[in-house]
Ligand binder design. Structure first.
Ligand SMILES: O=C([O-])CC(=O)C(=O)O
Ligand SMILES: [Mg+2]
Length: 233
């Protein structure tokens, strides 16, 4: 029995054309059409300087043991160009899961789209300047163990969100969201409509023509009271 130490070589993959179209929509707008409940916790943030600010790719999931990167090293050998490595780590923040050596291998040899780690890295003095998307929780010089267990291409939880292998990972400087592979086509259509409406709202906000009447209406519906007086303790 290998549960806890399984390495799946195959994943169901998203439609590449659908995936590419998400790149033209801010992650916040796509998140809004998904009930606003698909964004990873902001402890996972961009720490490098990618020239292309939109990262998108199919999730290559790595389920690591706290502070241990043996499964992540296995993923380095197996992942494909364009993948986004998504790494769970039992929310440990005491061990750097990777540094400049592993990261250089991913950027230059494997040419993946980027990496999302629910844990810290090290060598930020270098990686912090790279044109390569690295999302993680912070930094520490303390290195990882290499004992396992761990699994590859199984469902994981990263930044408080479920990620299945082959889900679409979309990130920009606001952070990371997870788009379930099966639902991606319908989410894309909704996100495009939302984006068009959002652009109109932005123009109105700049030009002084914004209609804010919905706020008073909602306050009334929710039972707020507007008092034309000062607060007296
Ligand atoms: O110890 C490790 O596996 C990670 C590391 O330092 C590096 O990638 O530079
Ligand atoms: Mg190192």
């Amino acid at each position: 029995m290998s549960v806890g130490k399984r390495i799946y070589l195959k994943r169901e993959m998203p439609d590449p054309e659908i995936m590419a179209q998400f790149k033209s929509i801010p992650a916040s707008n796509t998140a809004d059409v998904m009930g606003r409940s698909c964004a990873m916790n902001p402890r996972i943030k961009l720490v490098s300087q990618p020239k292309d600010q939109m990262m998108v790719g199919p999730a290559y999931t790595v389920k690591g043991r706290a502070g241990d990167n043996l499964a992540l090293h296995a993923a380095l050998n197996l992942c494909q160009e364009g993948d986004v490595l998504v790494v769970s780590n039992e929310e440990d923040d005491t061990r750097a899961l990777m540094g400049e050596v592993m990261m250089a291998y991913l950027k230059y040899t494997k040419k993946i789209a980027g990496i999302v780690l629910d844990g810290p890295i090290r060598d930020i003095d270098e990686i912090g300047h790279w044109d390569f998307p690295v999302y993680c929780t912070g930094t520490t010089p303390g290195g990882p163990y290499k004992e396992g267990p761990g699994e590859i291409n199984v469902p994981i939880s990263c930044g408080g969100v479920s990620v299945n292998p082959g889900d679409i990972i979309l990130a920009d400087p606001d952070g990371v969201i997870v788009i379930p592979r099966k639902d991606a086509p319908v989410i894309l259509e909704e996100a495009k409509k939302f984006q068009a409406a959002d652009e109109k709202k932005l123009i109105a906000a700049r030009e002084g023509t914004a209609n804010r009447a919905w706020v008073e209406k909602t306050l009334e519906e929710k039972g707020f009271e507007i008092i034309d007086d000062v607060y007296r303790p």
